[in-house]
Design a protein around this ligand. Structure first.
Ligand SMILES: Nc1ncnc2c1ncn2[C@@H]1O[C@H](COP(=O)(O)OP(=O)(O)OP(=O)(O)O)[C@@H](O)[C@H]1O
Length: 275
């Protein structure tokens, strides 16, 4: 091969597969709460920039604890957590948003004021904040509901407001703790699809906690399986189906195979208490 051709081939390979950038590095991080509960044995886990990763496991296995540690909402008792290679305690460095299971909206305030809250708290000038609120509402399909009070919205729409409030700060990292767990199946499926669209369009890194095997298969590139008593990571399962994924994916043989694999793994995780 002549040298110029070799160079072209090498640069093609490079541009097709840029090296992964570690977004989250959990380095032997463990958690013992002040009442003595050992919520997590040391966890080692790397999540790369742009990945969609789900935490799945039986109740009490430490999914929320791990997510809160990544968010800096709770400190690890030992070990380290890096976000984009910096200590996670330097929170100002990485814009991240946390979406909870409850939409937790201010009932007396309309949709746009609810979405603007993080910008108001950060002192962003009103005109710029309003532009960003409009963008965020557009992203979740709620532009027409900017002046409506939360109680006038369905549960699914309230959750969209909560997601818009998460996106308004333009985060790189979106941490979601069972955000759709309280919704009916059709609404949940719709929001799953919308979330995948946002993830791809916005280039987000997403860590998503769920109890649902089917939701984990539909959304994830990787599923981190956890076990309880004490909480720990037991498996890292790749879901290699390509994106975009639409509703048809849910009725394919590949989907069923992954669901079975996760079900078996979850069953094993549920029976593997060490205490
Ligand atoms: N603030 C706290 N103080 C003491 N113990 C806690 C605290 N928060 C969680 N725990 C305990 O830590 C363990 C892990 O809890 P965590 O909520 O992280 O699990 P989870 O997998 O998210 O559970 P679930 O699926 O039921 O939400 C549990 O035994 C829980 O009771």
């Amino acid at each position: 091969m002549n040298s110029s051709l070799k160079l072209t081939v090498m640069s093609d390979v490079r541009s097709a597969n840029p090296p992964p950038v570690p977004a989250i590095e959990v380095l032997s991080a463990e958690k013992i709460y002040s009442n003595g509960t050992r919520a997590l044995l040391p966890v080692n886990l790397t999540i790369n920039q742009g990945e969609f990763v789900t935490l799945l496991g039986p109740s009490g296995c430490g999914k929320s604890t791990l997510l809160k540690m990544v968010a800096g909402l709770t400190e690890s008792s030992d070990g380290k957590l890096l976000l984009w290679r910096r200590d996670s305690r330097e929170k100002a460095q990485v814009p991240l948003s946390f979406v909870f299971q409850e939409a937790t909206l201010m009932p007396w305030s309309d949709v746009q004021n609810n979405v603007r809250l993080p910008l108001d708290l950060a002192g962003v000038p009103r005109a710029e904040a309003n532009t960003r609120v409009s963008e965020a509402l557009e992203l979740v399909g709620l532009s027409k509901f900017a002046k409506v009070l939360p109680r006038e919205l369905s549960g699914g729409m309230q959750m969209r407001v909560s997601i818009a409030r998460g996106l308004v700060t333009r985060p790189k990292l979106l941490l979601m703790d069972e955000p759709f767990g309280a919704l009916d199946e059709i609404t949940r499926n719709k929001l799953d699809s919308d979330l995948l669209r946002l993830w791809r369009e916005q280039g987000l890194t997403v860590v998503f906690v769920t109890h649902s095997i089917h939701e984990a298969v539909f959304l994830s590139q990787r599923v981190i399986m956890m076990a309880a008593r004490p909480g720990r990571v037991v498996e890292d399962i790749a879901i290699t189906e390509p994106f975009p994924r639409n509703e048809d994916f849910r009725v394919t043989p590949a989907f069923s195979r992954y669901a079975k694999q996760l079900q078996d793994s979850l069953l094993q995780a549920s029976q593997s208490g060490m205490e």
